[in-house]
Every structure is written in structure tokens, then in C-alpha cells.
Ligand binder design. Sequence first.
Ligand code: SD4
Length: 320
Amino acid sequence: MTFSIPFHPRLIVLSLLSTLLGCQPKVEEVAFKGPIVIGTWNVPEATTEAYKVLSSGGTAIDAVEAGCRLEEANEKGQSIGKGGLPDRNGEVTLDACIMDSHGNSGAVVYLKGIVHAVSVARKVMEETPHVMLAGEGAKRFAIEQGFPVENLLTEKSKADWEKWKETSLYKPIINIENHDTIGMLAMDENGDLSGACTTSGLAYKMAGRIGDSPIIGAGLYVDNKVGAATATGLGEEIVKNVGSFLIVELMRQGKSPQEACEIAVQRIVDRAGDKAKDFQVGFIALNKKGEYGSYAIHKGFSITKHDASGNENIPSPSYN
Ligand code: SD4
């Protein structure tokens, strides 16, 4: 980036004076490295899909929606959308939210029978005066908007649920088998940021339970002046900490995405104490310079990044 300074004798005097006094103003140059998308866990197809949008000049909001949609439609992934693991009554219920570079947001909670929760969340943001729709109302709105109704419980997820019912043991599992969420953050060609987060929630949760993923500030937060963050893991702990908002605020105060994620995890560990042994939380963050970071309580978390250098799954550093 070049700065053209008008030639003016007074400026030269000022510049000489400030140099002599050792207070030369620093101009921080933000070298734009090009579009980038990051996602929670190992999601190469979803991030590649999002990057396709970015590399063809599309917006960050279109990119994160496209990436999340791909994963929602993937029946084999038992994490989100179709094929997601159900609650303890055998019902698949979806939570999602989305946030654009203007600070707008939309969310759906406890949505049944609609695969693309992230797109319904976007419709809430763009087509209603509200931020969040729940349950029956969310479903009715989705149908009005033309979304098809489908059975989200696949044979495989049904069989797994039936097996789970034999013991009905409910305990949050710390490793990656229990990851039920995709959080995605993108920066487009204009340097604008957006994010989305979509999930079928914790497997075998109580009916009606909502986690962090559709809660703006907890599961996702975007401030186009500063950066963006999203979360995965035990939503109850992320909500109590307003994790994603905290990370963006820490970046606003000058922390790097990596430092901010580490502080947010530390906050959770400090409060939970010994209990943190038994649950996982992971954060990812992206700032305005295109720098990113991630941190989790336990090993096993990873971040997928796609930028001009390609797609890469990077194991996340962790507290334990
Ligand atoms: C939730 N945070 O509903 C989600 C679950 C999750 O990996 O991220 N699992 O609490």
C-alpha cells in the first residue's frame, strides 16, 4: 500500500520535528492477503465450497452459507442437517445462525424437518424484522419461503439412537466423535467478514434443548471492523461465557486471534475447574488482516482453512 503525502514545507518541518523528538507516527499497513475461509473441525469439502464463492468474487455471506449448506445436505455426516443425530426422543432438531458484515444477524432454533437451517437463518435476517425464530414458527416460515420438508432422521442415525437407548447414558463426550457443529468464518475480496454456525446440537440432548450455536455472541460473532469468531463443543459452557463475543472484543483490544481464543478457553476452564476434564470446547477466530487462530480445551479439535494456498486441516493447539 502506498501513501501519497502532499509536498508542503510545514509538513517537512513537522516530520523533522517528530523524528528529532522520536515520536514518528506509525502507520500500520494491513497487507490484504486475499480471501480466506476457516471452519471448525475437518471440513475440507465445505471450506472448498465456500472458497469457490470467494475466489469467483462472491461475498463472505454467500460463501459461509454455501459451505454450511454442503455439510447440511451430507447425510453421511451425523453432525448437522440431514442425518444429524437426534435428541433422546429420536427427533432431529436444528439450530443455526448467520451474521453479515453489516452487523445483521438471523437465527433459527429447534427447527424440525428442514435441511438447510443456515439458509432459513439467513431468510430470518433478510426477510423478517426479527433476529430469531423457534420451533413451529420457524418451520412455518421456512415452508412459506419455499423450503421443502424432509425426514432428517436417516436409517443410520436411527439405528445409532436405538442402540443408545439401550443404556440411555447421557454424558458430553470430549473427543471428536461427538462433534455436531460447523462454524465457518470468511473474508471476501473486499475484506468484508461474515460467519455462520449450524448444528443438530448435542446428540441425545433433552427435547427442547438449545445450545450456543444459534446464539449470537456465544456460538458466533462478527464485527466487520475487527474480526469474527465461532465455537463448537459443549454449548452450555460457551453460552455462560459468551465465548465468540469475548474473542472479538479481545481482538478489538489488540489480541491476535490465537491469543483471544486461548484467553476465552482459559476463562471457561477457570470457571468450570475440574469439570472441564469432561467436556470439550473449541474456538476459531479470524481478524481483519486475515490472520486466524484456534484453541480448545482438549486435543482432537482442528481447524480447516482454505485460502489462495489451498485447503488445509490444521490440528488445534489445546489447553490439555
Ligand atoms: C451445541 N455447540 O449444541 C453445539 C454442539 C457442538 O460439536 O458444537 N458439538 O452445544
